[in-house]
Design a protein. Structure first.
Length: 189
């Protein structure tokens, strides 16, 4: 169990660092947009590269860097109507089923995108535009984010299975939205 807990802590640390990187990237986006607007209206010389940089690389980086952490902290949209009417054990089973279904799907996305990024890298593929941006640079963001999410789903699935089969609770069940804990958690976030 200690190895599983260490693996979950390791993935959590990676998610945290990628979230920090996403926050920095968000700041860079704001700075580039502000500078571009300033250059456009003050000097009639907007940056020709800003739209491509932001739309091809930076926005995708924010999305994929936060994908796994959003799942881990329950920041995504979830349908939990049934959770109010079933036992905690059944709720844990729902969590396990979610992990079992989602992990192969995100693993497939990661593998397919990795192959596409590798092919683009080997072929020196570039995007047409003011600057010839390498296409592998933004394609590779998908396998990074989806790969980390796959790892998170596998570890969470194992942790839920361990608990279901009588082991210790490694991952707590999410709080129900209308419970005191859920209301407090929503107010905190």
């Amino acid at each position: 169990m200690k190895a599983l807990e260490r693996a979950i802590a390791f993935v959590t640390a990676i998610e945290s660092e990628l979230s920090r990187a996403a926050a920095i990237i968000m700041f860079v986006i704001m700075a580039v947009v502000a500078a571009d607007v300033g250059m456009r209206y003050a000097f009639n010389q907007p940056f020709s590269w800003s739209y491509d940089l932001i739309s091809l690389y930076l926005v995708l980086a924010i999305f994929y860097f936060c994908l796994s952490r959003a799942f881990a902290v329950r920041a995504h949209v979830g349908v939990d109507i049934l959770h109010y009417y079933v036992s905690p054990r059944t709720r844990r089973l729902f969590e396990l089923i979610t992990c079992l279904i989602a992990a192969p799907l995100f693993a497939a996305i990661a593998v397919i995108c990795w192959r596409r990024a590798w092919t683009a890298f080997l072929g020196n593929d570039v995007m047409a535009g003011a600057i010839a941006w390498p296409s592998w640079g933004f394609i590779v963001l998908a396998p990074v984010g989806c790969g980390l999410l796959t790892l998170r789903l596998i570890l969470n699935g194992i942790a839920h299975a361990v608990t279901l089969f009588g082991g210790p609770e490694i991952i707590a069940l999410p709080a129900l939205a209308r419970s005191d804990e859920g209301i407090e958690q929503a107010a905190f976030e």
